[in-house]
Design a protein around this ligand. Structure first.
Ligand code: GTP
Ligand code: MG
Length: 344
């Protein structure tokens, strides 16, 4: 497909129109997406994917803006994906981000893709995955993904990212307990932003205390790392201890340290082989999603609509339970002729 080759070449040169068109094609997830992916995929696997999550208004966009500027100074090409799961329309909320990110416009080494929720998390994950692949293939060195920590979304992003940054703002006081433990579990780097506000040090200490609970202190004993019980721990020498950093995104204070820590985590992942482990996690997740979608499409193609409707009615009327219904559908599917099926 010569037209596709031209588009890909333009995307590699930072052409925004080409990047946007490719992302839109991949997002569709149809046969044409498959063609695009088969050309793009061999070019991917180099970008450092960094997820930035945290509660609304914590300063994620401001910090992404500052991080991107510094990475540009390091001669990196930077992709930015701004996800807003709370807004079903890519209108108002994202406009604010666009204005704040204005510093970055006009620079072909930066590409920003804003996306709102596609009505469900599956759609959002697919759209994010599409943008990541196209940017990665296009030679962007670091891809920053901003997502509001609204529940499942940040966990999904963590599965997509090599490095996850969780951003908190001071003023949580006693409510620190309300930080979901799950958020700290996914964090590779924790940033207390708005460190110019009162109470930042309290928040830092509280987060450090919570991290200690999650990761019991390791001490060095006669030169080897041991856990609290004094047992040598081969793994811990290689393990990553998340740091709590402070920043003021509006002035840029502390952002250099955040950028350094991102680089340190990248080196850690590469040197310990964890990079490939994360790539395997990402690949496994993607294959499972595709498999599920296609499997269901095949099931649907195999069993006539009226038969599926009858099973639904049976379950609703309690003539059958959902497990038995699924077993029955699967049995029908397995005994059907797979050869002459349309591709799902
Ligand atoms: N005082 C102070 N204000 C900040 C700082 N960082 C961001 N802000 C302000 O906080 C507000 C929210 O910042 P954003 O960067 O939009 O935060 P966000 O987390 O992206 O917000 P959502 O995407 O809406 O969840 C803006 O008015 C920023 O100017 C900071 O370090 N100190
Ligand atoms: Mg934002």
């Amino acid at each position: 497909m010569p037209e596709l080759d031209v588009l890909i070449e333009q995307a590699c040169n930072g052409n925004r129109r080409a990047l946007s068109r490719l992302i839109t094609q991949v997002e569709r997830g149809d046969d044409s997406a498959e063609t695009v992916i088969s050309h793009l995929y061999p070019l991917t696997g180099n970008a450092h994917i960094v997820g930035i999550t945290g509660s609304p208004g914590a300063g994620k966009s401001s910090l992404v803006n500052e991080i991107a500027k510094r990475l540009r100074h390091l001669n990196q090409r930077v992709g930015i994906i701004a996800v807003d799961p709370s807004s079903p329309f890519s209108g108002g909320a994202l406009l604010g981000d666009r204005i704040r990110m204005r510093d970055l416009y006009g620079d072909s080494g930066i590409f920003i893709r804003s996306m709102a929720s596609r009505g469900n998390l599956g759609g959002l994950a697919r759209a994010t995955g599409a943008a990541v692949k196209v940017m990665d293939a296009g030679g962007f060195n670091t891809i920053l993904i901003e997502t509001v920590g609204a529940g499942q979304a940040e966990v999904d992003i963590a599965a997509t990212a090599h490095t996850t940054i969780v951003i908190e703002a001071p003023g949580m006081g006693d409510d620190i307990q309300t930080i979901k433990a799950g958020i700290l579990e996914i964090a590779d780097i924790i940033v207390v932003n708005k460190a110019d506000r009162p109470g930042a040090d309290i928040t830092v200490k509280a987060l450090q205390a919570m991290l200690q609970l999650g990761h019991p202190a390791k001490t060095v004993h006669h030169g080897t790392v041991v856990d609290v019980a004094g047992v040598p721990d081969e793994q811990s020498a290689l393990s990553w201890q998340p740091q709590v950093l402070e920043s003021v995104a509006t002035t840029g204070s502390g952002v250099d340290d955040v950028v350094d820590e991102i680089g340190r985590h990248y080196t850690y992942l590469r040197e310990t082989g964890r990079w490939f482990e994360r790539e395997k996690d990402r690949s496994r997740q993607e294959i499972e999603q595709l498999l599920t979608a296609r499997f269901i499409a095949r099931l649907v193609a195999l069993i006539p609509q009226h038969e599926r409707d009858a099973v639904v009615a049976d379950v609703a009327a309690r003539r059958q339970n959902p497990y038995a219904a699924v077993s029955q559908l699967l049995e029908k599917m397995m005994s059907a002729d797979f050869q002459n099926l349309p591709r799902g």
